[in-house]
Design a protein around this ligand. Structure first.
Ligand code: GDP
Length: 324
């Protein structure tokens, strides 16, 4: 039975990834931050090989011992300060969790690979935030890194470290993930904030949505598709870096309009106010990715389009409100 280690297992991507790996017949070691509950209900099959560990990724000694003990075939590093907004509130913690911890993990994985004499496949979940304010669109694997937030800086460090360790012979992948959403997104992200407010308004007739920059544009994809890209990259014959994106950017306003349209409301402006406090100190204007390399090398393509993502998220939030 192949063994996988997943950090950040309680998050949106981590939870989808753990489900996929279990379905693929892996023994899964799911790391969650001490104090944070594992998201998943226990798997239906009680024999499913899922082990939870409460380990902080900044506890390098402990994480290293765990890696030595379980000798994983695949390591997915999804732990991190999960939002750009949060990273402005905690820049040092962000650097430690999303920048330094990946270096420690890569170092340990390389040592393990040398000791066991077989590839230890490490996939680092990167972010389009490494591009900051890019001078070209769409961005690809050759676009220069110019991060503009503490989050982007930490992710850029991890991305560069992957290459450094790959040069030493480690099977290490950096997946430059553009925004990817699902009903498991917390409402700190604008998409879920919008869909939960729209669901509330549709179900109760009451409610209100306060937003910041409506003109900001993002390349929004469907989170389970991005998890699929991570798995494909891990199991490919060669380790490489990939941009994972839909190639289409939409504005926050497009998202709002689509969410209201999905519940039959055309006059959405009556429900929305702009709060200057919700604007970012620096906000990448257009992030849109070119995933041609992922398409060609690992056969990846997105399966859900923008309208589909909005509809699934709104429907899920309406369903939550209808539950007794
Ligand atoms: P990010 O791309 O990882 O920062 O994802 P977010 O969903 O947090 O933000 C996406 C974009 O939405 C950013 O450009 C924000 O400036 C913009 N935005 C506008 N209003 C809001 C809001 O109320 N909350 C959040 N989180 N973002 C907002």
């Amino acid at each position: 039975m192949p063994v996988a280690l997943v950090t950040g297992a309680a998050g949106q991507d981590g939870s989808y990834l753990v489900e996929r790996l279990l379905a693929d017949g892996y023994a899964v070691h799911a790391l969650v931050r001490p104090g944070s509950a594992p998201r998943e209900e226990p798997p239906e099959d009680p024999s499913a090989a899922l082990n939870h560990h409460q380990v902080d990724v900044t506890d390098h000694a402990r994480l290293g011992r765990l890696i030595d003990e379980i000798e994983p075939d695949e390591i997915y590093n999804l732990a991190g300060v999960s939002s750009v907004a949060q990273s402005w509130a905690a820049p040092v913690l962000t650097a430690e969790v999303s920048g330094v911890a990946p270096v420690a993990l890569l170092d340990r994985a390389l040592r393990l690979q040398r000791r066991v004499g077989r590839p230890v496949r490490v996939v680092q979940a990167g972010s389009a935030e490494v591009f900051g304010q890019p001078s070209t669109a769409p961005q690809d694997e050759m676009t220069p890194l110019r991060p503009l937030s503490p989050y982007g800086v930490a992710k850029a460090m991890a991305h560069q470290a992957v290459e450094v360790f790959r040069c030493q012979g480690l099977f290490a992948v950096s997946a430059i993930l553009y925004n990817h959403e699902s009903p498991r997104r917390p409402a700190t992200f604008v998409t879920r904030k919008i869909t939960s407010a729209v669901a509330q308004i549709a179900e109760t007739g009451a409610g209100h949505l306060a937003l910041g920059n409506l003109a900001a544009r993002r390349d929004w994809g469907w989170a389970p598709d991005y998890v699929d890209a991570l798995i494909r990259a891990a199991r490919h014959t060669e380790a490489a870096d990939y941009v994972v994106a839909t190639g289409r950017a939409h504005s926050v306003e497009d998202f709002v309009r689509a969410a209201f349209a999905h519940v039959g409301i055309d006059k959405w402006r009556a429900h929305v106010t702009i709060d200057p406090a919700l604007f970012r100190p620096a906000d990448p204007a257009v992030l849109v990715g070119n995933a041609s390399k992922a398409r060609a090398a690992i056969g990846w393509r997105p399966s859900v389009d923008f309208e589909g993502i909005v509809a699934r998220m709104v429907d899920h939030d309406r369903e939550l409100l209808r539950r007794p």
